[in-house]
Structure formats: C-alpha cells, structure tokens
Design a protein around this ligand. Sequence first.
Ligand code: ADE
Length: 227
Amino acid sequence: MRIDILTLFPDMFTGPFNESIIKRAREQGIVEIVLHNIRNYSDDKHRRVDDYPFGGGAGMVMQIVPVAKLIEQLKKERSYDDIIYLSPDGERFNQQIANRLSLSNNLILLCGHYKGVDQRIRDHYITREISIGDYVLTGGELAAAVIADAVVRVIPGVISDETSALSDSFQDNLLAPPVYTRPAEYNGWRVPDVLLSGHQKKIDEWREQQAMERTKRLRPDLLESGE
Ligand code: ADE
C-alpha cells in the first residue's frame, strides 16, 4: 500500500512514522508513506499557500493552485482508491473505516490548515472527508497520522501475531478484556485465578464475558449501534 500525505508541515510526521510498528512496516515494504510539502507547489515568489477569503471574514484559506497541482501530478502517476481530506466536518473515523481503507492500494491524505482549503478542491478532487473526533485541531496532520497508524496496523503481516489485530477492542464492537502478566501477585493484588488455571475453554469464556461486561459498562453505545 502507498499513502501520500499532502501537508504544509511534513516534519510533524517524523515521530509517528519512524518508531515501532509503522517503522517496521515501512522497512518491510508493506507500506510506503510519502510526504509532500504543499509549499513546494506554490507559484508565488514567496511560496505563499494561503490567501484571504473571497467575501471577507476572519482567517485565511488554503489556495487551490498548489494543492491542485500536487494532486494532478500524483493522479498522473497512479490511480487512487480515495483522496481523503482531514477535517472536523468529515465522517467520524472508526475501526470499520480503518479496516476498509486498509484494503486500498493507494491513498492520498490532504491535511487542512487555516480556515480550510478552497472549496473547489473538496468539490473536484476529494472523495471522502474524515474527522477523528468532535474537536478542532490546529491542522489535519495529527488526524492524518492517526488514520495512517490505524490503517497500516490492520494490513495483514504488519502485526506479527496476525490474530492480535483481529482481537483488538472495536473489531467486533466489543472492548478488549483485561490483560495481565507476571508477577501473578503484586502488593497483594492477584491476577484472576482462571487465567492461571491452564483451562483454555474457561479462559476464553472468561475473556468473552469480561469484554461484554466492560462494553456494557463503559461503551453501551457500541452494543446498541450494531454497526
Ligand atoms: N483538522 C482539524 N480538526 C480535525 C479533526 N478533528 N479531525 C480531522 N481533521 C481535523
């Protein structure tokens, strides 16, 4: 899979993509993440990428020209499954969307800034708008990093124990059961006996029941939505 990220701040991605599981997936060639600085596509001699909104009002707007030039160039090179704009207006991101996007060959993630991008980009290039939650970030970069992380980790082969991504919280609309490791007792706090019993069927039943109880208590909306 290839993910092209269109941003004014490529350095914001160095941390998230150069550590741990995403770093390994890139090194193994499972995913290629390419960062593009939108500023490099500005025609302006000062490399400006924003301008005042027509009709007036506060804030600046990301100009159409640099973004359109960059998207056109990328579209000439390959076809994209989706061109996604990160915006608080978009559909709310969740595990189902991550799973579906992980089947893509090529994705573009466009990170917004200022008051947003010129509407004509959204009308003519963007195929999907995604929000990572009902709050406003300073730009789309952190949202793009969240989406890339969630998408890449469910690509088969990225997590070594391939069943582990499937047993995550949310994969079946249930939160994950509690986990424990050694020592079996710390400070008088004991690990539940069933996990030490060696009785796999009982352990599986306990985990299912814990997952259900946790979901009912903490996220009853997941059980109601039935998505
Ligand atoms: N850009 C600013 N806020 C955002 C959010 N909540 N989700 C996605 N992109 C954003």
